[in-house]
Ligand binder design. Structure first.
Ligand SMILES: [Zn+2]
Length: 217
């Protein structure tokens, strides 16, 4: 177990009651619901008809959940699940499902994240990697930034020798509007440390996560 304190993210504790000073204020669901009601009117709808009566409140709750990553910090998410371990080969977690919202259209983009890191004497509890993904995916995002933020968070949390993150995603703002290209996949990659600088490690990682490679769900 690591005793080294580390200070990451925007505060010292996770969301959910004990927020650090620098975390954004908890969203006001009532205020959001009122805005949604106005939005429905602007769109030509009648928010008093049966089917829409509870929509503002439901949509407000949904939006608050889908952006709940703003209320998380890396310290809170990792929650000290760091363990001294001499293992120094690649640790790879493939196919972490995620759902996010593009910050340009507030439409979903979603897919899979593959995370690898080379420990430097410290391993992180494997269940923490999907939680790190969620912390950043549940915000308004662009895929490129999401990829980098996840990689840098894993690097910071573990002080790894190297970190690699690949995200494969489909963007509904491309499928439902704009160029209307359903089924296309966008792939982004961030490589840090020796997964970037060491050609052998880099090739090993990229072969393991090659889109279309290995067994796919
Ligand atoms: Zn978009």
């Amino acid at each position: 177990m690591i005793s080294r304190p580390f200070s990451l993210g925007h505060g010292d504790v996770d969301g959910g009651g004990e927020r650090g000073e620098e975390l954004p204020a908890a969203p006001n669901e009532g205020a959001i619901a009122a805005l949604v009601r106005d939005l429905l009117v602007e769109l030509g709808e009648d928010p008093t008809r049966d089917g829409l009566l509870d929509t503002p409140v439901r949509m407000a709750r949904s939006l608050v959940f889908l952006t709940s990553g703003y209320g998380k910090t890396l310290n809170g998410v990792v929650n000290r699940a760091l363990y001294a371990e001499p293992y120094d080969d690649l640790v790879l977690v493939r196919d972490i499902e995620f759902y996010s919202l593009c910050e340009h259209h507030v439409l979903p983009f979603f897919g899979r994240v593959h995370i690898a890191y080379r420990p430097n004497g410290v391993v992180v509890g494997l269940s923490k990697l999907p939680r790190i993904v969620e912390m950043f995916a549940r915000r308004l995002q662009v895929q490129e930034r999401l990829t980098r933020e996840v990689a840098e968070a894993v690097q910071e949390a573990t002080s790894a020798r190297g970190v690699g993150v690949v995200i494969e995603a489909e963007h509904l703002c491309m499928a439902m509007r704009g160029v209307r290209k359903p089924g296309s996949t966008t792939v982004t990659t961030t490589l840090l440390g020796d997964l970037d600088g060491d050609p052998v490690r880099r090739a090993e990682f990229l072969a393991l996560v090659r889109p279309g490679g290995n067994e796919r769900r």
